[in-house]
Write a protein of this length. Structure first.
Length: 137
């Protein structure tokens, strides 16, 4: 469905940004909230280190904020224009419910987007596996 090697594939599947062979997360289900942030240290296929530095994923908070706004606006547009609900209180409740329901997905997507901003797909990752070169662009 999604072409291997594209950033969109890595972002939506949560796979390693370098080789896209395995999931970065210990539990693929984002709704298992106790494990939503638990990640492998390295990719078992290409050896990419996911946490390149301490507090690397703090930057994902900014991405999470933008995704939250996008989900909230989408919930409002669907409720107001397509369903025809005119009450602002009802729209507000639906926006809050949408953000709560999709919170684990937003958290995972924000991490996936953040790491894919810094690491690119390498189609020749097998050749470069043993080299000691940085994976950042």
């Amino acid at each position: 469905m999604l072409k291997k090697g594209s950033k969109l594939n890595s972002i939506l599947t949560g796979s390693c940004p370098t080789c896209q062979e395995e999931s970065m997360y210990l539990d693929k289900n984002p709704y298992n909230v106790t494990n939503v942030y638990k990640m492998h240290e390295n990719c078992s296929h290409c050896g990419t280190k996911y946490k390149m530095e301490p507090s690397f994923f703090y930057g994902a908070m900014y991405v999470s904020y933008a995704l939250g706004i996008a989900f909230g606006v989408a919930a409002f547009v669907i409720t107001y224009f397509f369903i025809g609900e005119q009450s602002l209180i009802t729209n507000f409740i639906i926006i809050i419910a949408t953000l709560v329901v999709f919170m684990p997905v937003i958290m995972r997507l924000s991490r996936n987007i953040w790491i894919n901003m810094f690491i690119s797909y390498d189609k020749d990752w097998e050749k470069h596996k043993d080299e000691k070169k940085p994976t950042l662009r």
